[in-house]
Design a protein around this ligand. Structure first.
Ligand SMILES: C[S@@+](CC[C@H](N)C(=O)[O-])C[C@H]1O[C@@H](n2cnc3c(N)ncnc32)[C@H](O)[C@@H]1O
Length: 504
């Protein structure tokens, strides 16, 4: 724990990747919302405040050659890890800075507007009020006019239930033996005993019991940061909006596409109530109550730049999208949302998915599909829904960094095979990352090392490398290997993650 800030420093945070933090994802959402975001077809600047281990910044820098990336954190272990990974991958467009937020105020004031994107994920609701003030100053001075702020935080009312249990865990940790992970696990075991003993808290807040059980399946290093920080607090969106307005930033929507579509993310009988509400703060607070929202991924712009209808149509027409591995190839989908299952209309999603199954498509091509002529205005929200569900992703316009992503993926896969807990690989055409299990890490090393092999030989080589390195790849290995060869590898080839030519 850092004495000055009350934030955990002795346990490093896991190597998380946040798909919503990439320049392309943020542009895809601002385009859908009819907002003119920064132009990512020209050089731009992106900064993450509280970058953790810097894994996301490294992936983003490798996959987005037009961006200049800056990643800041006060934990020396985090910054050392990020620098080392960036250096091993030979990245020249990423700078890591080891600094406390409070020390950045003066620098931000002197430098003035620097960044087109500022990303602040998993930080704002875990730090002290004075550190939040420091961040406000950084945002106010560093974000360029028209720039986009991504702000991910724990919110009311869905996280309110955790406050009592979190406070107990902190009290318990003060006197428990061991490091922060051991202290946390001891506290969670005590809470479990309270639940089993019939403590009223767990009867009134059944979500707290569910949270404890989920916690047992999660990386304890993540939970330490989530639960043992002195200033953890779930925030009200109205307060956050007021803080951002004071920095010159206006709320434009969320980076979680589903939540920008009221008709699909709110119970239908609540929509007339929403219609009667007028200010953004009351509307967003109402939505948080309607969804019992626990986490927000807000987007703010330094001075809103709304596109007129023609310009909005043009930015949509310029988009090119691709399906991701595992996407369904025809319609009739069910989306599993916070308000329950939402049925996708087969007459809309069917033609879209059938067309995308043949390869990436420009929005303009989708618009020309005869089956969609009568519902052209639904294509934009449908693509947003598919992206939200993890079935689709926009493609990067302009230069794609195939070779440097291969260098980075070789490093990531090699380190993962030696026990580093990486769970993503760089995807150059997506300007982002794809999830990767241990089997995929080994497969990545094999396909990069032996680009000429495929079919049975590829499977046997992957199995041999798994065996030789003593890597436990989980149950159903043959079935997952089949799925890798049938689904994941062709997708990697299509996305330029690995080369196309391979013999069977
Ligand atoms: C929960 S982690 C989130 C990391 C990353 N943004 C992510 O989403 O994976 C919060 C990070 O903020 C950093 N942090 C907390 N207080 C800070 C401060 N006062 N100055 C600089 N960094 C700080 C921590 O070291 C930690 O890496």
């Amino acid at each position: 724990m850092s004495r000055q800030t009350g934030y955990i420093q002795d346990v490093p945070y896991p190597h998380h990747y946040q798909r919503e933090s990439t320049p392309l994802w943020l542009s895809f959402i601002t385009a859908a919302l009819g907002i003119q975001g920064p132009d990512i077809t020209r050089p731009y600047s992106w900064c993450e405040l509280g970058c953790g281990q810097g894994f996301g910044a490294v992936i983003n820098a490798a996959t987005n050659p037009l961006g200049q990336f800056t990643a800041i954190d006060f934990n020396p272990q985090h910054i050392a890890h990020g620098r080392d990974l960036a250096q091993a991958a030979g990245l020249d467009n990423l700078a890591f800075i080891e600094a406390d937020f409070s020390s950045l105020i003066q620098i931000a004031r002197e430098q003035g507007p620097q960044h087109d994107f500022i990303v602040l994920n998993g930080v704002y609701s875990w730090i002290s009020a004075s550190d939040r003030q420091a961040l406000h100053q950084c945002i106010e001075h560093w974000l360029k006019p028209g720039g986009i702020l991504f702000l991910g935080y724990m919110c009311q009312p869905g996280m309110a239930f955790l406050a009592g249990a979190q406070r107990f865990l902190r009290c318990h940790a003060e006197h428990a033996a061991g490091d922060a992970v051991q202290q946390l696990l001891a506290g969670m075991a005590m809470l479990e005993r309270m639940e089993q003993g019939g403590a009223g808290f767990f009867q009134h807040y059944p979500l707290a019991g569910q949270y404890l059980r989920l916690g047992k399946t999660q990386d304890p290093r993540y939970l330490v940061h989530e639960l043992l920080n002195e200033h953890w607090e779930s925030l009200h969106v109205a307060d956050v909006m007021a803080n951002m307005a004071a920095c010159g930033c206006d709320y434009i929507g969320t980076a979680t596409p589903l939540e920008n579509i009221d008709a699909l993310s709110l119970p239908g009988n609540l929509l007339p109530i929403l219609d009667a509400l007028h200010t953004p703060a009351e509307r967003e607070t109402f939505k948080d109550l309607a969804r019992n929202q626990s986490e927000r991924r807000d987007l703010y712009q330094k001075g809103i730049r709304r596109l007129d209808n023609e310009a909005h149509r043009q930015v949509l027409l310029d988009q090119v999208v691709s399906v991701l591995p595992g996407a369904p190839s025809n319609g009739g989908l069910t989306f599993d949302t916070r308000i329950g299952p939402v049925q996708g209309d087969a007459s809309l999603f069917g033609p879209l998915l059938e067309s995308l199954a043949t390869g990436p498509c420009a929005f303009a091509e989708l618009l020309r599909l005869p089956a969609l002529q009568a519902q052209a205005s639904l294509i934009n929200p449908a693509l947003q829904m598919l992206a939200w569900a993890g079935y689709l992703h926009p493609l990067l316009p302009g230069e794609v960094a195939l070779e440097r992503c291969r260098v980075l993926n070789r490093v990531i896969a090699g380190r993962a095979m030696r026990g580093e807990s990486y769970a993503h690989l760089a995807a150059p055409t997506l300007g982002s990352a794809l999830g990767a299990e241990p089997l995929h890490m080994v497969a990545m090393r094999v396909v990069l090392e032996y680009p000429e092999i495929g079919g049975r030989l590829l499977r046997e080589t992957i199995l041999a490398v798994l065996r030789d390195n003593g890597i436990a790849a989980g149950d159903d290995l043959q079935a997952r290997l089949d799925a890798f060869v049938r689904i994941t590898l062709p997708a990697w080839q299509q996305m330029g993650i690995v080369e196309i030519q391979r013999c069977e």
